[in-house]
Ligand binder design. Structure first.
Ligand SMILES: *[C@@H]1O[C@H](CO)[C@@H](O)[C@H](O)[C@H]1NC(C)=O
Ligand SMILES: *[C@@H]1O[C@H](CO)[C@@H](O)[C@H](O)[C@H]1NC(C)=O
Ligand SMILES: *[C@@H]1O[C@H](CO)[C@@H](O)[C@H](O)[C@H]1NC(C)=O
Ligand SMILES: *[C@@H]1O[C@H](CO)[C@@H](O)[C@H](O)[C@H]1NC(C)=O
Ligand SMILES: *[C@@H]1O[C@H](CO)[C@@H](O)[C@H](O)[C@H]1NC(C)=O
Ligand SMILES: *[C@@H]1O[C@H](CO)[C@@H](O)[C@H](O)[C@H]1NC(C)=O
Ligand SMILES: *[C@@H]1O[C@H](CO)[C@@H](O)[C@H](O)[C@H]1NC(C)=O
Ligand SMILES: *[C@@H]1O[C@H](CO)[C@@H](O)[C@H](O)[C@H]1NC(C)=O
Ligand SMILES: *[C@@H]1O[C@H](CO)[C@@H](O)[C@H](O)[C@H]1NC(C)=O
Length: 425
């Protein structure tokens, strides 16, 4: 299990306005050239800081909770079998589902890196203890309020980095956009890591592959005849200022998201989709030939030279995760500076001059430019440019999140077990 929850959530923690407000110490001043270095100190756990900060902020009439809630979006736009995704401080992508009858609405990550679907249980909220603080300020699912709930009760513990989630299985209806499934098996989590507090999501709709007896959501949708084609596609909006994070499209390839050009007779010629077979397991995992820094002028720096590199996509976070030494070298080439929680920043003025990074998949190069793999964040007078590259603890393994998926539309075929990648339009 990849400890992705921790990794993706740490960024929300990192950039959540209050934390920045309290913790950022500018080493340099806000000079004419617009650049400065920012150092963050971390002495306490996120939880302790959160409490301390909430207290200090109150004195300044800043309410963490109202700031936090400002990012709750009420819109529920949906088109056909296409679920609108929203963006939370440019890190998490989430959409809405409705569970039970009458329906309870929750925000979930539509996540290609989980097979299991889970939501926060109403049994995990209310009181104030370390095991349920993560459930605070979230929507939760209360099975007692659903006439369609069917108990299962089998317990489950899901490790996630240094912590874990635990709960039990239940059945209920789930609706997404225009499709719904009945008697779907999912987990109600009663204990979650405390840093879920800083996340927007109330759960995960697992878009991973079926790997055991558990039938993931998409398979249930297919089995119950709600969609015909065994594919879903993920489009993430490149416009980072937009709340509209993208769409998960069930059952078809939306050609308007595929990059095209005009042919000699003014006909539309779409870029060909690069299909890769996926490996056994629940992840959409495929061969990655190479990752390289491809400066026009500078020398090419190559990673993933073992010939056995793998990649997966991660539709829930913005980051690109790779082996620590590789990420370090990439950051050196970017002249990035260490920031906080393994994140690095670049000088915002240099984004257009940053090296191009190519991912070679099935012999084809997929290119990312500086503006694609950096995120500009502003709070009060402070602006930082954060690199989307983050180290993890695995060798020969890369996780391609939103920074990649905003440039490349992905197609997931559960029947043929292949993933398609094409330049997004
Ligand atoms: C911008 O100014 C700061 C402080 O004056 C200096 O340290 C830094 O090197 C300058 N950066 C560039 C890109 O000129
Ligand atoms: C979505 O549905 C509308 C009408 O309900 C239809 O006109 C349109 O073609 C559909 N789009 C796709 C991509 O299926
Ligand atoms: C839940 O399933 C029942 C039984 O199939 C159905 O009658 C009901 O409309 C469904 N409710 C929702 C909210 O999908
Ligand atoms: C869900 O399915 C039931 C029948 O199974 C149907 O009556 C209901 O309208 C559906 N709800 C949605 C939101 O599609
Ligand atoms: C969502 O709906 C709201 C109100 O109906 C509309 O203002 C907004 O533009 C829509 N957003 C998208 C991304 O379609
Ligand atoms: C090409 O097609 C577009 C519409 O698809 C049209 O607006 C444009 O005028 C056409 N150009 C030529 C040269 O025919
Ligand atoms: C890429 O180009 C920039 C500017 O030309 C240069 O500063 C940087 O060192 C180069 N990086 C690599 C890895 O070649
Ligand atoms: C930073 O990354 C290293 C692996 O490179 C990992 O062992 C460590 O736990 C990470 N630290 C944090 C705070 O995520
Ligand atoms: C990087 O990939 C792009 C295509 O996405 C290609 O045009 C470019 O030549 C590649 N760079 C190098 C150095 O091969």
């Amino acid at each position: 299990m990849i400890p992705k929850l921790i990794i993706s959530i740490s960024l929300v923690y990192l950039i959540s306005p209050v934390i920045c407000y309290i913790d950022i110490r500018a080493d340099g001043d806000d000079s004419d050239n617009g650049s400065f270095n920012i150092r963050l100190n971390r002495q306490k756990t996120a939880f302790e800081q959160h409490l301390n900060n909430a207290h200090i902020l109150k004195k300044h009439n800043i309410d963490f909770y109202s700031l936090y809630k400002k990012h709750h979006h009420k819109a529920n736009n949906r088109t056909n079998d296409s679920i609108a995704l929203y963006r939370y401080i440019d890190n998490e992508f989430y959409g809405k589902i409705v569970i039970g009858h009458p329906g309870q609405t929750l925000n979930v990550a539509f996540d290609t890196a989980w097979s299991l679907s889970w939501v926060l249980s109403s049994e995990c909220s209310g009181s104030f203890s370390l095991t349920n603080i993560g459930c605070l300020f979230h929507n939760t699912y209360n099975h007692k309020r659903s006439s369609e709930y069917r108990p299962d009760g089998r317990k489950i513990v899901v490790p996630d980095g240094n912590s874990e989630l635990s709960g039990y299985f239940s059945f209920d209806n789930i609706s997404i956009a225009h499709s719904n499934v009945t008697d779907f098996s999912f987990v109600e989590m009663t204990k979650v890591p405390f840093n879920l507090l800083f996340s927007k999501i109330d759960g995960v709709l697992g878009l991973g592959l079926q790997n055991d007896a558990y039938k993931p959501f998409f398979y249930t949708l297919l089995d119950q005849g709600k969609i015909k084609e065994p594919i879903f596609t993920v489009y993430l909006n490149r416009d980072k200022q937009s709340d509209h994070g993208g769409n998960v499209i069930m059952g078809f390839i939306e050609m308007r998201h595929v990059h095209s050009r005009k042919g000699p007779n003014n006909e539309t010629i779409y870029d060909p989709i690069k299909y890769m077979p996926v490996k056994p397991g629940y992840l959409w995992q495929f061969d990655l030939d190479s990752v390289y820094i491809a400066n026009a002028s500078g020398p090419i720096i190559r990673f993933c030279t073992s010939g056995k590199c793998n990649a997966i996509t991660d539709t829930s976070s913005n980051n690109i995760l790779g082996p620590p030494a590789d990420i370090e070298a990439i950051h050196a080439a970017m002249e990035a500076k260490p920031f906080y929680l393994n994140r690095s920043t670049v000088n915002c003025d240099t984004i257009n001059k940053l090296p191009v990074i190519n991912f070679t998949i099935g012999g084809q190069d997929f290119m990312l430019k500086g503006r694609d793999y950096t995120v500009k964040l502003s709070y009060l007078s402070i602006t930082i440019c954060l690199s989307a590259f983050v180290p993890h603890d695995y060798t020969d393994f890369w996780v391609l999140g939103g920074a990649f998926l905003s440039e490349y539309y992905t197609i997931y075929n559960v029947q043929d077990k292949r993933i398609g990648i094409v330049k997004a339009a």
